[in-house]
Design a protein around this ligand. Sequence first.
Ligand code: NAX
Length: 328
Amino acid sequence: TRTPVNVTVTGAAGNIGYALLFRIASGQLLGADVPVKLRLLEITPALKAAEGTAMELDDCAFPLLRGIDISDDPNVAFDGTNVALLVGARPRTKGMERGDLLEANGGIFAPQGKAINGHAADDVKILVVGNPANTNALIARAAAPDVPAERFTAMTRLDHNRAATQLAKKLGAGVEDVKKLTIWGNHSATQYPDIFHAEVAGRNAAEAVGDEKWLAEDFIPTVAKRGAAIIEARGASSAASAANAAIDHVHTWVNGTADGDWTSMGVVSDGSYGVPEGLISSFPVTTKDGSYEIVQGLEINEFSRARIDASVKELAEERDAVRALGLL
Ligand code: NAX
């Protein structure tokens, strides 16, 4: 029998946590033959709620679930962790300036990065979901100098999945027919969902759409503002779809992308496509055997260039702001 994989989830008592934990425990994160141990990290006042979720996890009698530990101490929750899902974050509240938001999240992600550095397993893979996800990943990474930089990733898979559905609907295709979509840049309203290299049922997606106005005025804003539209409709932010994207992100990272396809992940830039080295920005990536590579050699047209640059500029500003706060 295989040794269980340790999976840490922060913000475990939150909305996304509730939608995520049961899927991890049922084997959807790593595979139907991989036993898991869950480590739940919460702030002290939410420990009781996390215990309630753990009771429900027990009540599911998942054969792959080999244990649940709950803690409010990152050094405990990240001890021996193989997969760390950093979901809990400080949300922006009314009247909060960006600097305050980044500082509050620095107070969460710097100590968590430090705890990962000191206690995680050598093969640790980290996904940051909590917003601002790219910059929170940057902060955690800076606090973990002994962990290879490429292990820190930020989630743009929800944006990727949203874009796939919008494109499939437009072309009357199934989502399974959509390949090689890319989300570039920041997980924010400046993100750029790129269909110029995408294929739908074997055809170039931009050619099949043949309508730049739809692209600029409908598709891109619909994808980029989808989070706000969900809040408006549900009265609560995306939770099950965000959890689903976190599952997809890690599953793809571990199990590989299909031949002739790629996915989108926020990863440390190596300078590809003019994205300054060190920024955690979303790129097209292929994955294999637990590692990933940024897809090289794509031609970037003027339409795309302007939008990638705008989102990357925002990332650079966030980096400069957290640097000024002494977090990098
Ligand atoms: P909730 O407010 O329901 O849950 C957050 C949980 O995190 C709470 O239980 C809180 O106690 C916990 N928490 C706060 N500080 C913590 C700390 N230092 N250590 C451990 N736990 C801590 O939010 P939820 O709806 O679950 O969303 C979580 C995060 O995901 C938010 O930052 C949200 O903005 C972000 N999202 C990111 C998305 C993405 O695509 N990257 C999409 C969905 C979502 O908006």
